[in-house]
Design a protein. Sequence first.
Length: 723
Amino acid sequence: MSTLAGKPVEKLTEHEAARELERLAEEIAAHDRAYYQEDRPKISDAEYDALRKRNAAIEARFPRLIRPDSPSHRVGARPSEKFAKVVHAVPMLSLDNAFDDQDVTDFVGRVRRFLGWGDDKPLVFVAEPKIDGLSASLRYENGLFVQGATRGDGTEGEDITANLRTIKDVPLRLAGKAPKIMEVRGEVYMTHANFAALNKRQEKEGKQTYANPRNSAAGSVRQLDPAITAARALNFFAYAWGEASALPADTQWGMLQQFKAWGFQVNPLIRRCETVQAVLKFYREIESRRAGLGYDIDGVVYKVDRLDLQERLGFVSRSPRWAIAHKFPAEQAETVLLKIDIQVGRTGKLTPVARLKPVNVGGVVVENATLHNEDEIARLDAREGDTVIIQRAGDVIPQVVRVIREKRPRSAKPYEMPRKCPICGSHAVREVDEKTGEEEVDRRCTGGLICAAQAVERLKHFVGRDAFDIEGLGGTYIETLYDAGLLKEPSDIFALTRKQAELDRVLREKRAEQSAERRAREGKAAPGSKAKRKDEGESKLIENLITSINNRREIALDRFINALGIRHVGETNARLLARNFHTIGEFMAAMEGKDALEQLNAIGGIGDVVAEAIKDFFDEPHNRKVLAHLLKEVDVRPMAAPKVSGSPVAGKTVVFTGTLEKMTRQEAKARAESLGAKTAGSVSKKTDLVVAGPGAGSKLAEAQKLGVKVIDEATWLKMIEGL
Ligand code: IVH
């Protein structure tokens, strides 16, 4: 560091002042980069402010020396918060995928069956390119753009209004007549030309470059400084909508035309298709034009055109029944498999990972690929030293597709999966399924609680984005704190907030160890004065960490359940459980009761395997203990029943039986569930209502025996009319 840095401003000569301003401009810009773009501040706010203050003081003394790139031109400094959260009035969902023609044919068949439509009834689809960017929701009130948000987790996104305003494809005012409230949704993306220009600029300015246009669009839209977003030329295609006080059309096609009339860009390649053959023809045409479009697409989307049919079809968990994404095949490349490593996951699963000679696959450098399990390695006959074909598609982990046998070195030996966990040394076994008597494909470490890898992975899952979402507590911290004995189970994370001194010591030691290693590597001497300044930065980090842990002492029930890491219970099943039991108390009471399995099996969407896994989790005393410890530290917010104001069936258990005339049974059940009812396949004393059509047999009899209320389809429809 320059010795000028410590010299009082009033003692600087003009020449020294110029040098100091140059240094400060550079240093502050570097910290801005670390803070804004890498989300990784290197110094404390106070230190940062001191740099800016010194810069301002020198400029005040020597106004002639103010540089064109002076940090003082950038107003606003650091915003105290990141983006505000926006709750989506209508969730932003994703699409189910089709990978081949058969999947598409099946999709169309499913739609027809759900609607109870024969093969001859005309059914129109709108086919659209699937833009590979990031989705955004733009809210217009009385025709004016008032708020824009990212998709986030689908329920809650980030407020990026200021950034979206800088995109020229986003009209600030809708042309012509517009409903009072209209949320237009679509994709923010970056063209190939703008992507190349941006990366060239970044490189010239010594800044980080982006791997592909999608990351670059995402990075640009999430800039805290809208001026940066503005400089990065983004585009927007409109293709969907959220909350709307009125809809200007009754088809998808009509909506897209209206979007254009309002001033949006709608993809010019969209087409109406009336048959499976027509949608598949569209797919092939778009695929052949893909390289020349000037922006990335990763498939095409088919949507049922009529909105009334879309409404009837509704949703299955996170995706609409009325649409599907037909993905383009993954991109492939050839490289060398250098080594096979084993990773141990949170459930003890041993996953072989291929370490590869770095290779560019469709714009992304790939160095690792999954080999899934030993059966897969055997099937591929993959060996260290082999030349392999790998592929990647979207955000999924790259895979090894096949081995090029002709290029195999003579010395290459068949791979043997270890029989012991590489982390804890416990036996690693393939369990035998009790029912089928077959060996499971995965080999698992039997170390359970003593296996550090499992414990660490569970903790990582616990703090992850879809679970407790604890900012600043990344994988490396967890490993360090686990090794130091400060973290064993989830409740220990919250206990950290009372162990500031220990936390401080452990992280300091770790850092000292790291820099000693680095110095040894680089052959440098011991640290000088810089160390103290860095230490202060560290205290700030610890303070921030404690704040973000404390911020998560209250959590929604579905996130809480997901965080527990119960086998087979991810985001979707956690949500189903939360919706069903509403509070953590009810959930635990039910799981510790005698009819736990019955209760789980009654939940639509929870199958046998999942139900067993949940029951097993609660049968294990250790898990109950961990849970009890955790509940001393956090409050779990109850999950409200789905939005069903005025619904007479909310919370009720309904059974449909016999033939329904106006809709299929599947549709009737879906509709009932959307109104907050639970549906069941059989009648018991917990059933509140039976809807019986002609031909109802034993279920009707059972209902009559138990005195459960029975109504016919017409009465049912009347009951839910207008909801
Ligand atoms: S429709 C309820 N149409 O694909 C359905 N999505 O995999 C809303 N996407 O999150 C989505 N192009 O980000 C739709 N023409 C298109 C699309 C499209 C790209 C993205 C979108 C969505 C994702 C689902």
